[in-house]
Write a new protein. Structure first.
Length: 287
């Protein structure tokens, strides 16, 4: 078992909290909502057998700083770029889930020379959600719209973080009991921290800017090898979108996998399947 260490490092003007393990070619893991880097607890020890695994908490989440501004995905990608500078890492394999996949996609567009390969997990790109929005999508993505409302979500969620999170973890898992016990409490504690809910809301409230950024270079496909994974049973992604078609718009060198008996959290719901896919996809990444 590789030793896991954690630390904070200042990069792009914020203190970023990082969990790291292993040696070898660097692999960066970017978590989504409503999570923190704790989401990667099943991947870190497995990948660390062959790779240097770095899992930061994103801006606004977990133990990373939660400033008032800077949540557009270009700046959040810059957070990762500056983290790489501080860690003296010239090139990476990049894996992102949900919101982290949005940051990872923007990173791959803005810094193509720094990414050897990209994995995006259970994510429909921001501009495609906006472009295809209809009544069915709006119903499934209600939280996108709710989280955009200024101040009200924070006021309603304060003191009720466990109710808010329980809804997502039950609704977004094929087996609603996947995230329970101490794992669930770990997330509750993270979102009870001062500024944590506001940080997550700020991430969503950058959607208009994110969409504008995505439209600027929508004609440019991601050039590096890209793997898109998603839960075959998630009502808001795999069951609502043709994900292979969606990601063929985004990347020119693409492989796709729908994971059975899985909804929005593949890395936590089906960790063995995900780990095997990641290890196979990363085989040609030699640093």
């Amino acid at each position: 078992m590789k030793t896991t260490k954690s630390y904070t490092i200042e990069a792009n003007g914020i203190r970023q909290y990082v969990v790291e393990a292993g040696n070898g070619p660097p692999v960066i893991l970017l978590h989504g909502f409503p999570e923190t880097n704790f989401a990667w607890r099943y991947q870190i020890p497995v990948l660390a057998e062959k790779y240097r695994v770095i899992a930061p908490d994103l801006r606004g989440y977990g133990e990373t700083d939660k400033p008032a501004a800077g949540y557009d995905k270009r700046n959040m990608a810059l957070d990762i770029r500056e983290l790489m500078r501080k860690l003296d890492i010239p090139k990476i394999a990049l894996i992102g889930h949900d919101r982290g996949a949005r940051v990872a996609t923007r990173f791959a567009k803005d810094y193509p020379e720094l990414v050897d390969r990209l994995v995006v997990m259970d994510n429909v790109p921001t501009r495609i959600v906006a472009r295809d929005l209809n009544a069915s999508i709006a119903k499934a993505y209600w939280f996108f719209l709710f989280h955009l409302v200024p101040d009200l979500p924070e006021a309603l969620i304060a003191g009720r973080e466990h109710i808010w999170l329980r809804h997502f973890f039950s609704d977004w898992c094929f087996d609603p009991s996947t995230i329970t016990g101490e794992d669930f409490e770990t997330y509750v504690r993270a979102y009870q921290a001062p500024g944590a809910v506001r940080g997550a809301m700020a991430d969503y409230r950058a959607n208009a800017v994110d969409t504008a950024q995505d439209l600027e270079d929508s004609h440019v496909k991601i050039a590096c090898p890209t793997m898109s994974l998603w839960g075959a049973d998630f009502h808001a992604v795999g069951k609502l979108f043709d994900m292979a078609k969606v990601w063929s718009e985004m990347a020119s060198d693409l492989e796709t996998h729908a994971i059975d008996q899985c909804a929005h959290l593949p890395q936590e719901e089906q960790p063995e399947v995900v780990n095997n896919l990641l290890l196979k996809f990363l085989e040609k990444w030699h640093g």
